[in-house]
Write a protein of this length. Structure first.
Length: 440
């Protein structure tokens, strides 16, 4: 009962319930932040208050929020050129009506965005909206598409030591070393690849079982693109657009700035005539209309994470696990994973969860008799849990941003709930099996 009254637990439960009841996500986050702060004894106003901490921490996701807005503008600009309709027509000929092939292809493309070309969610608002008509034609359940995209945004950084995966593994290695467990970051994947494999099962279940049936959607024009005609052949200006996209990726990777990369693409498209002056305002307004809400959600989510940390309740929650498990490896592993799920859903980032829980989980794991490999696996799973299914995670906001371009995809019930069920549950099973059996 004491653990249920923990401010983190209370707040995350309130957020989940409000979101499932379809309350606006921003309001749900604000209310949940107040619940966390008040239950931890923080004042509502003044120095150190809930609202002050929330507002002070909103800047933590400012670059991500700006990236979302600019990506929306770039997606609108690309659609205005007509190149997206051409690419969609070419893809349609490749797919030839094979729904499951298309879903697996999307999962592969999403994986590449984490490791080979680490642009994260940047490709989604550009690639997915023009494909909605193809999804409708094939009667693909968009929940399956959401699961395919989220799989690619999440599984690679857990299992593959490249791109974002190398960053994730580096944080794991560093934080474990602080507690006396030394595993080189280039060796972490030896113990986490099984977690990625467990997510593969979740993906296959989602595509071939849970959402395999055909689902009808209306053929609606994309918001802000009602007057854009369809083309099936490339024009000379399309070459400029493709070059601009390559430049955008290069600038982002070279300067480690997604907003700068998108801005470079927009400027090049205008200077060389791919984007007309008269369409710039429409592209900006349309992009802001589509992606503005998601950008604000990211800002508020960052503030909410700040409130969660300011309550100091995470330490109490983790210490509560230590007191509860006794000497049981099974319950110890299970509670470590469940607490990781709550913390990640509250903080909003797997990468940021590792330092929060590692200081307690590492000595606890060793005390319970787990091997260093098992501790590494448990810590990785505990941090990754919650990234899929969290209403404020970019792993769910990204897919929704593309799939809801025509207003027919619900963020909570069509993205968050399916990805939560198919990936968090399989990660828990995978983490338990790895810790208690394979690497024990």
């Amino acid at each position: 009962m004491d653990m249920l009254m923990n401010p983190v637990v209370l707040s995350v439960l309130v957020m989940i319930i409000l979101c499932l009841l379809k309350l606006n996500i921003i309001l749900a986050l604000l209310i949940s932040a107040v619940v966390a702060g008040v239950s931890a004894g923080m004042p509502l106003a003044g120095d150190g208050s809930v609202m002050q901490v929330l507002i002070d921490n909103m800047g933590g996701q400012s670059e991500t929020a700006l990236s979302y807005v600019l990506l929306g503008c770039l997606a609108m600009a690309l659609s205005q050129t007509g190149i997206t309709s051409v690419l969609c027509d070419k893809l349609k000929k490749i797919v030839k009506g094979r729904r499951f092939f298309l879903l697996l292809l999307l999962a592969v493309c999403s994986c590449l965005s984490q490791n080979l070309i680490p642009i994260h969610i940047a490709f989604i608002p550009i690639l997915i909206p023009p494909m909605l008509s193809l999804f409708n034609e094939l009667k693909i359940d968009r929940r399956a598409v959401a699961c395919a995209l989220t799989f690619g945004l999440k599984a690679p950084y857990i299992a593959i030591p490249a791109g974002f995966g190398l960053i994730f593994h580096g944080i794991l290695s560093t934080e474990m070393a602080k507690s006396g467990i030394h595993i080189a970051k280039t060796d972490v994947w030896h113990y986490t690849w099984m977690l990625g494999l467990s997510m593969v099962f979740g993906l296959l279940i989602a595509i071939f079982i849970s959402y395999s049936r055909k689902r009808e959607y209306e053929d609606r024009p994309l918001q802000g693109l009602e007057d854009v005609g369809n083309r099936t052949e490339f024009s000379p200006k399309d070459l400029i657009t493709l070059v601009a996209l390559v430049i955008a990726v290069y600038v982002q990777l070279h300067y480690d700035s997604m907003p700068l990369g998108v801005l470079a693409a927009l400027v090049l498209m205008f200077l060389f005539g791919a984007l007309r002056w008269g369409n710039i305002e429409k592209a900006m307004t349309g992009g802001l209309g589509i992606m503005g809400m998601i950008a604000i959600i990211m800002l508020v989510a960052s503030g909410y994470g700040g409130v969660i940390r300011a309550t100091n309740a995470v330490d109490h929650l983790v210490n509560g696990v230590v007191a509860m498990v006794g000497g049981s490896q099974f319950y110890g592993a299970l509670l470590m994973l469940l607490v990781g799920l709550l913390v990640t859903m509250g903080i909003g980032t797997s990468f940021g969860t590792i330092p929060v829980v590692a200081a307690i989980y590492c000595p606890l794991g060793l005390k319970l008799g787990f091997s260093p490999a098992s501790v590494c696996c448990l810590l990785a799973a505990a941090a990754a849990l919650g990234d899929a299914g969290s209403p404020a995670s970019d792993s769910t906001l990204g897919p929704t941003s593309g799939l809801n371009f025509d207003g027919q995809h619900d963020h909570i019930w069509d993205t968050c709930v399916p990805t939560f069920l198919h990936y968090n549950l399989t990660l828990i099973v995978g983490g338990m099996v790895c810790a208690l059996m394979i690497f024990h």
